[in-house]
Design a protein around this ligand. Structure first.
Ligand code: NDP
Length: 289
């Protein structure tokens, strides 16, 4: 039987609906809506699209959207001053600095300057540490989205062997931590892993976060595995157009897997929905302080 396709767009839409209802209740209760501030420096076209989509999604769930579009020549000090102002602004619950930043700005220094309780991307080392030690924090959005999609295919992943291919700070490492918290036995694979196909074949749950188009072939998938494909790769087609593919050769994987996320329409739509969820969480904690 071919694999179930996990519909990320539908799951994300349900999550946004739940957030919208909660925002409506909380806004009435506290006299203001949660606020998300997004800072974009420069004119990178892909970043402009992301920021526009984030702003639209924020307004759609009833949150307050604040956008700062800064010139590419903005100095690091000016950017740090803006982050400090937003940290101290009681109407701002979440702060997101769109990456990549221009080369003259030290991204790490800027991310470190964000108040960890407003760090809705979950990239601050304080939040990474909270995740690692099982404390309440803000969890990176794409890994949270992967876990919600996994729930669509499984009641509990406890005891399963999860293989995460990729060890970045924004996807691979945090998703591995979340799988560990969910009682999986976790292996993290990377570019230096020996015999990656054999490693993948041992996975009951396979998370692909590599950034290499269709690198993971169908016969690398254990029969009955759940596959979450985080990769987003644009490739040229024979017709002279381009299309998006994941890190997994989906068509080949379909006869092997129990369930798989498609690209596009799998993990992608979850990321912004989880960002809104983090903003709501930050707002709720802010109200409790
Ligand atoms: P990075 O480039 O930061 O990390 C890629 C990881 O893949 C590294 O750990 C690298 O290993 C590993 N890798 C590279 N080549 C191989 C190989 N041949 N075999 C095994 N492992 C390999 O990428 P990200 O984590 O930021 O992103 C991964 C993918 O997910 C990309 O396609 C990106 O576009 C997508 N993405 C999608 C999002 C969404 O919203 N759906 C959000 C974020 C990312 P090593 O450490 O050894 O170099």
């Amino acid at each position: 039987m071919p694999a179930q396709l996990i519909d990320g767009a539908a799951v994300a839409s349900r999550l946004r609906q739940t957030i919208r209802q909660r925002v409506s209740t909380l806004s009435a209760q506290h006299g203001r809506a949660p606020g998300l501030a997004v800072i974009l420096v420069g004119q990178d076209p892909a970043s402009q699209v992301y920021v526009r989509n984030k702003g639209k999604a924020t307004l759609e769930v009833g949150m307050h959207s604040i956008e700062h579009h800064l010139d590419a020549s903005t100095s690091e000090t000016e950017l740090l001053n803006l982050v400090a102002r937003l940290n101290n602004d009681p109407l701002v619950d979440g702060i997101l600095v769109q990456l990549p930043l221009p080369r003259h700005i030290d991204s790490q220094r800027v991310l470190l300057a964000i108040d960890p309780n407003k760090d809705v991307d979950g990239f601050h080392p304080i939040n990474a540490g909270r995740l690692m030690t099982g404390q309440e924090g803000l969890v990176p959005c794409t890994p949270s989205g992967c876990m919600l999609l996994l729930k669509e295919a499984l009641t509990s992943p406890a005891g399963m062997h999860a293989v995460v291919v990729g060890r970045s700070n924004i996807v691979g490492k945090p998703v591995a931590q979340l799988l560990l918290q969910a009682d999986c036995t976790v292996t993290i694979a990377h570019s230096r892993t020996n015999d990656l196909p054999a490693m993948c074949r041992s996975a009951d749950i396979l998370i692909a976060a590599v950034g290499k188009p269709e690198m993971i072939r169908g016969d690398w998938i254990k029969p009955g595995a759940i596959v979450i494909d985080v990769g987003i790769n644009r490739i040229d087609t024979a017709e002279g157009k381009t299309k998006l593919v994941g890190d997994v050769a989906t068509q080949e994987a379909l006869p092997h897997a129990l369930a798989i996320t498609p690209v596009p329409g799998g993990v992608g739509p979850m990321t912004i929905a989880c960002l809104l969820n983090n903003t709501l969480t930050a707002f709720e904690r802010h109200q409790r302080q």
